[in-house]
Design a binder for this molecule. Sequence first.
Ligand code: DX5
Ligand code: ZN
Length: 226
Amino acid sequence: MKEIRIAPSILAWDLGNLDRAVRISLEGGADQVHLDVIDGHFAPNITFGPGTVKALRKKCDLKFDTHLMIDSPHLYVDKFLEAGSDLLTFHAEVLDGSHFDDLYHTVHAKGKEVGLAIKPKTELPEWAEGRLDKVSTLVVMTVNPGFSGQSMDMSVMPKLQKLSSLVSEKGLSTDIEVDGGIEPENVEEVVKRGGNVLVAGAGVFGKEDPVKAISVLRERALQVNP
Ligand code: DX5
Ligand code: ZN
């Protein structure tokens, strides 16, 4: 079984005080910080860009998991690398094999990781299946991109199971990150289907004690995948 990792999504915190969100992630023992970049085209919200990532980079040395929900990632990949992202996740919906290869080379040349995300209704494209060995993290979205605080779309569960099995059949160690609506109550459903990186916005920052919420999620996950 793969290592459980908890990734608080700071989009769910006060966007005027992201400094605190990063500090909470550190105090709670999070494994990585999930940074949702949305351009108002790919998804109906506008969040923050490389400048914010760079400013937060100075505050902590946790792994920065940057989820690019943008139409033209090739225009910004260098900026996010310079800003200090460690894992850059691109959406399969805006790529094809050759675009992916270009992005992969750019990210790899800097010694950083590439993630590939799919929306709830998207199946993994064929070009992506053949390139899974280049993907450190497969991000299975369980809400439509745009906003924190939505409930998990449970109809994604069979796909999550199928993709986890595909990764193990190929003998790969690709992390399976689940993004959207994670709460203590549904952690078991996700982890038993092979999810090992748990993104949580409202499930951490919407709680009265967000520092503790990180360990609550981890404990739940470890009950299924010790
Ligand atoms: C949605 C983002 C998610 C979201 C997670 O567009 O990709 O990362 O912020 O927040 P919760 O856990 O509240 O669904
Ligand atoms: Zn996200």
